[in-house]
Design a protein around this ligand. Structure first.
Ligand code: B12
Ligand code: SF4
Length: 520
């Protein structure tokens, strides 16, 4: 029997981290990292396992004293903190193991601070390691020979986390993406063949989330629509579940832009109540898209703007990732990105400077060309040395684009264009359900009105800048007059919180009071 503690280290500030807004919302983290409750479910019953999310609870090293194995997960934005924690654990004589997205691509990063590392998926290697450890024959490195059979993945142990501290829950339907973007480490780690769970597994996960009172869940797939035929079947079951249970969940997810070419799929997603989708659009510069092998975003399937509008008009908001600094980008890319996002009416856009993630084809190419900055924390925010502009130009242009996009006027203009002028539908699946169940509608709207009141109070008491508070009040009033619906109002309030985080983050970068946070 082993006493095991698994830790998710503190995040540094990031676009999606919501760090500036979380305290206002009374939460400590955005989403519980999916790996921890999953690894707990994969741990044989004879062991005792504790999950510790440092974003929620501080690490008390004295209380870890009896742990036989301490495991860490983490992505790039946690790597420095991971090293600090590992150094402390080592100084105290602990046996340490590390897995997750960062060590999977940068295997030597922690050197001897990690006794064992796990590269990639661990559904098979984690139980295998525990058996080896019991026999005193564990190896230094574990990597699965074959990708995980998703139909055998157990229900994560959400019950081991205090879910009250998170904004959203997480659920995974599939792994893998069929595309071949040059910069992408996801396909390096998870492969290009989409692998799906069964409906039975997914509905069991949703029930486990419901038991924790989670109502909004992030479907954490690399690309939900990697296998369109299979996901459609699954969505039918999800819709039946939502309808049978009075639509207990709002979902958001990630998918590729070819979603716009499949009307049936978009409608199924709407009926399943997937309200927004994060799409890697990357660039309005077609040459850059070709350069990075993002062929699914290149015509003839329609322009980028047309395809984004098609998804929005189906009733799904598009969030996106954009990249600056491809070899085909010169200084005109900054204005091109601003203009594209305005025309595409995308309020929530994560912009980043191109980064070369270890093990990707981009990393290999740039290493060959001598265009990589080897520093762990590169001075200009990315390890890529751009081709058609200086490093300062790229960094300063990036910060300026972010700043311009999150100026309240620019942000709310994009938002109002979408929700007030275009009046895109929101929660259409639920609205249709409510029409058939008016009593349910009434109960939900009363509850939504109360929630909206609480959120408004939190926003007005949490935001310190009077100018921003005035702006939020003005925009919310305008919204309420045009679309007086408590359900939508909650969503719009959330957009204000999201804006507050992104605005604060970009202002701090622009004013030099924080470092430049890139998207990677
Ligand atoms: C969903 C998701 C999000 C969600 C949820 C994040 C969260 N807090 O959990 C959101 C949208 C919030 C998000 C945000 C960000 N994300 Co993100 N995200 C993902 C995504 C698509 C899936 C992650 C996931 O839940 N997978 C499911 C779980 C089960 O898989 P897993 O964590 O890999 O765990 C498995 C194995 O790795 C292993 N394992 C993991 N840990 C451990 C530990 C031990 C001890 C062992 C034995 C095994 C093990 O076992 C698990 C089972 O096989 C990945 C892409 C990907 N496929 O990895 C990117 C990814 C992890 N994100 C990434 C980044 C950069 C970010 C941001 C920094 C972006 C930004 N600038 O805002 C922020 C960070 C914000 C934050 N504070 O959370 C990068 C990380 C790059 C890297 N190699 O380190 C990835 C890989 C995407 C990419 N290539 O750009 N993200
Ligand atoms: S579409 Fe997204 S997940 Fe798929 S290869 Fe490209 S960047 Fe990676």
């Amino acid at each position: 029997m082993a006493e095991i503690v698994l830790i998710n280290p503190r995040f540094e500030v990031s676009y999606w981290g919501m760090e500036h807004a979380l305290p206002l919302l009374g939460k400590r983290a955005n989403v519980p990292v999916a790996a921890l409750p999953l690894l707990a479910a994969l741990t044989p019953g004879e062991h005792r396992i504790t999950l510790l999310d440092e974003n929620v609870t501080a690490i008390n090293y004295d209380r870890l004293a009896t742990a036989d194995i301490v495991g860490l997960t983490g992505m790039t934005v946690q790597r420095v903190r991971m090293r600090e924690i590992l150094a402390e654990l080592k100084a105290r004589g602990h046996f340490t193991v590390v897995g997750g997205p960062w060590v999977s691509v940068q295997e030597d990063y922690f050197d001897d601070l990690a006794d064992v590392i796990f590269v990639g998926e661990a559904e098979e290697t984690w139980p295998e390691f525990l058996r080896d450890w019991q026999g005193g024959r564990q190896r230094r490195r574990y990597e699965q020979a074959a990708k995980t059979d998703m139909t055998k993945v157990p229900t994560p142990r959400f019950d081991l986390l205090n879910m009250d501290h998170y904004l959203f829950g997480s659920v995974q339907f599939s792994r893998g993406c069929p595309f071949q973007c040059e910069f992408c480490d996801i396909i390096v780690t998870f492969g290009r063949r989409p692998r799906l769970k069964t409906s039975t597994q997914i509905l069991a996960e949703l029930e486990a989330l419901r038991a924790q009172k989670i109502e909004i869940a992030f479907i954490v797939d690399d690309n939900l629509i990697g296998n369109k035929k299979a996901i459609k079947l699954l969505l039918h079951d999800l819709i039946a579940y939502q309808q049978a249970n009075g639509y207990p969940f709002d979902f958001f997810t990630e998918a590729s832009l070819d979603l716009a070419e499949d009307e049936e799929l978009m409608q199924l997603m709407v009926q399943a109540n997937i309200i927004s989708v994060f799409v890697g659009i990357e660039s309005p510069n077609e040459k850059s898209l070709r350069e990075t092998r993002k062929f699914q975003n290149v015509r003839p399937a329609g322009t980028l703007v047309e395809r984004v509008h098609r998804i929005q008009e189906a009733g799904i908001e598009v969030w996106c990732g954009m990249i600056l600094g491809f070899d085909n980008d010169d200084a005109s890319i900054f204005e091109a990105q601003r203009a594209f996002l305005k025309e595409a009416r995308i309020p929530t856009a994560m912009i980043g400077m191109l980064s070369a993630i270890p093990k990707t084809p981009l990393h290999a190419r740039l290493a060959g060309e001598g265009r990589l900055d080897a520093a762990d924390e590169p001075e200009f925010g990315t390890n890529v040395i751009p081709l058609q502009m200086s490093r300062e130009e790229l960094r300063d242009g990036y910060v300026q684009v972010m700043r311009d996009l999150y100026e309240p006027d620019a942000y709310f203009e994009r938002l109002e264009e979408l929700y007030l002028k275009k009046r895109i539908r929101y929660n259409d699946g639920v609205v249709k359900y409510w029409r058939r169940h008016p009593w349910h509608w009434l109960k939900s709207q009363v509850r939504n009105a109360v929630t909206a009141g609480v959120l408004y109070w939190r926003l007005m008491h949490g935001v310190t800048e009077a100018r921003l508070r005035r702006e939020y009040r003005r925009r919310l009033r305008r919204f309420l007059l045009a679309r007086p619906d408590p359900n939508l109002l909650i969503f719009y309030l959330f957009k204000c919180f999201l804006h507050y985080h992104q605005y604060t983050m970009t202002q701090q970068m622009a004013l030099g009071s924080s470092k430049v946070y890139n998207s990677f």
